[in-house]
Design a protein around this ligand. Structure first.
Ligand SMILES: [Mg+2]
Length: 254
């Protein structure tokens, strides 16, 4: 992985229209122990607003959070929001819901009951039902509390498999992801197909962003927030403040 280089990005894009795909937590917003308090950095939001108004630039936020949360937290017109790991997409001229999302929603509802039952002795663990996905946050718990919740998480793996759900480790917790053959990468492909001439740039910090990185690599560029030993992204930035800096640079006329 190499440090991000704006000059090389401009050379690779070669003046083509640009489609930007941005993760939310850890990318536009710094990670916070209480996920309800996450917010995009003001500089990032300001740059996104400018980019969303720029002809030839499309901005999409692709996240595990539901579209309603994303559109409330980012609160910008002209931006496309792909929520629940891409199962639902809403934006200018695009409205998509994965045909199996209802099945995923039912499975998540059943799983939520199991998870809450098993977590009864762990009041610090926060379960957030996002309709089609679910997140479990332990950011406000002690180290021993987190370890105990990790054991509960492991103990549910088999039952979740029956529901076609799996855990994915996130920052300070886990996301419950429907296994229906649809990832953030598929959502990005769906959006890329609408602008086949555009140069795609994907930026994210987590495991769920890797399919998005793989998808854009063929005709675009993937940037990981935080250097990692193994990632489909070729470039890295150190944190959300650097992401905001990159967005500002892209928003400036050349
Ligand atoms: Mg993230």
């Amino acid at each position: 992985m190499r440090p991000f280089d704006l000059g090389k990005l401009r050379a690779a894009a070669g003046g083509r229209p640009v489609s930007l795909f941005l993760d939310f937590d850890g990318t536009l917003s710094p990670h916070v122990p209480d996920g309800d308090l996450a917010a995009p950095l003001p500089e990032a939001r300001e740059a996104l607003a400018a980019l969303a108004r720029t002809p030839g630039v499309r901005v999409s936020v692709v996240s595990g959070r539901p579209v309603a949360d994303l559109s409330r937290m980012v609160a910008l017109k002209g931006v496309t929001y792909a929520g629940n790991h891409g199962l639902v997409i809403e934006g200018p001229g695009v409205e998509f819901e994965h045909p199996l999302s209802m099945v995923a929603g039912r499975a998540v509802a059943v799983a939520e009951g199991l998870i809450r039952e098993r977590l009864k002795g762990h009041p610090g663990a926060r379960v957030r039902q996002n309709g089609l996905t679910l997140s479990l946050n332990v950011g406000l718990m002690s180290a021993s509390g987190r370890r105990a919740v990790a054991r509960v998480v492991d103990s549910l793996t088999d039952e979740l498999r029956w529901l076609r759900l799996r855990w994915q480790k996130g920052y300070l917790g886990w996301d419950l992801i429907p296994e229906i053959g649809w990832t953030k990468g598929d959502a990005v492909a769906h959006l890329m197909a609408r602008t086949p001439d555009a140069f795609a740039i994907a930026i994210g910090d987590g495991l769920s962003d890797e399919p998005m990185f793989e998808r854009v690599r063929a005709d675009g560029l993937a940037v990981r927030v935080g250097r990692a030993r193994s990632s489909a992204a070729d470039w890295f930035l150190s944190g959300p403040a650097d992401v905001a800096g990159l967005l500002h640079a892209l928003a400036r006329p050349r």
